[in-house]
Write a protein that binds this ligand. Structure first.
Ligand code: ACO
Length: 317
């Protein structure tokens, strides 16, 4: 593939909500949440919009890539729900950052960032682009039923961004989809058509946590091996695994099956919660700004989410 990451950025809302605070809203405890998920706190949108978060992440990534928005040839945004049904969130950000290239959204839930990388890789392969901004973000806490303790404690809000330039560092991407509405869904926001005979439902996330858990561990295990095979590398040679941050136990179980040591798995779930598609670029950005990655390091990104979708990517830093 003809692309490489040349800049990263991320942004979280200001308000931090701890597990202890959540236990004043629903019947839960810090002990239950942290033992079952690894989450201790999450950043939650109050007066911020998704546009605010994505704009900041995008500008950071552009600055670190050393390019202006006008140099972008394409903007892709992975999101479950942008601030508008239309225009796309990518178009909204295009205006905010002052770009003038085509822009579109990718809907693949928590796997969206890896789906977007694959779409971008296709544009590079067809030589239609030289610089692409890949964004991922969601305000998941605005899609929760805040009386349902089994879901509302799991999520947080945030945005991540990368700028892709030409290069040979994206080595392989593997995507899957296994259509399934029952295990994890968020119904649409209803209109008020006087002709509409469909039952009205609230636009809240519902999830069969146990089914997602089993699916997540087995698919991460399978996808990391498959994508490493495709890239011609061995799992044991991978320097860093950047997994979707949904549950620390899922990450640990998948790493155990892959025989990968815990130190190689980058995590941020402790203070992020599940930020959907943004989780991988946020953790990537943190590690990048902390100077964790050396040139030449081998990274594997791996995600699963509603759809059910999964994706994994091997890249050389
Ligand atoms: N606090 C206290 N107790 C709780 C809470 C809570 N927040 N939530 C559920 N419980 C209770 C349940 O009511 C149940 O009680 P019972 O035994 O009396 O019936 C008990 O805890 C066990 O509940 P389970 O659902 O069986 O708990 P489990 O060990 O499966 O953990 C969890 C639940 C954390 C959700 C886990 O299944 C999981 O992480 N699944 C994966 C979820 C995931 O990754 N989602 C992201 C999808 S990505 C995307 O695309 C959005």
């Amino acid at each position: 593939m003809r692309a490489q990451i040349i800049g990263t950025g991320s942004c979280l809302p200001e308000k931090i909500v701890t597990n202890d605070f959540l236990s004043t809203i629903v019947d839960t405890s810090d002990e239950w949440i942290s033992q079952r998920t690894g989450i201790r706190e999450r950043a939650v949108c109050t007066d911020e919009t998704l546009t605010d978060l994505l704009t900041q992440a995008a500008n950071q990534a552009l600055e670190r890539a050393g390019i202006t928005a006008q140099e972008l040839d394409l903007i892709l945004c992975a999101t479950i729900r942008g601030d508008y049904i239309t225009p796309s969130q990518a178009c909204v950000i295009q205006k905010e950052i002052g770009a003038s290239c085509p822009a579109m959204d990718i809907s693949a839930a928590c796997t969206g960032f890896i789906y977007a990388l694959d779409v971008a890789a296709g544009y590079f392969a067809r030589k239609k682009v030289k610089k692409v901004l890949v964004l991922a973000g969601d305000c998941m806490t605005r899609m929760m039923d805040w009386s349902d303790r089994s879901t509302c404690v799991l999520f947080g809000d945030g945005a991540g961004a990368v700028v892709l330039g030409e290069g040979e560092n994206l080595m392989a991407i593997q995507l899957t989809a296994n259509g399934n509405v029952d295990v994890l869904n968020i119904p649409h926001v209803g209109g008020d058509s006087p002709f509409d005979k469909l039952p009205k439902s609230q636009s809240y996330l519902s999830m069969n946590g146990k089914e997602v858990y089993k699916f997540a561990v087995s698919s991460m295990y399978r996808d990391v091996q498959t994508v490493c095979d495709q890239a011609g590398v061995k799992v044991e040679d991978v320097d860093w695994i950047v997994p979707h941050q949904a549950n620390l136990r899922i990450i640990e179980a998948a790493a155990h099956k892959l025989k990968v040591s815990g130190e190689k798995c980058l995590t941020g779930i402790e203070n992020l919660g599940n930020t959907s598609a943004a989780s991988i670029p946020i953790v990537l950005d943190r590690a990048n700004t902390e100077g964790k990655f050396k040139a030449g390091d081998l990274l594997v990104l791996t995600a699963f989410g509603a759809g059910l979708t999964t994706g994994a990517c091997v890249l050389r830093w």
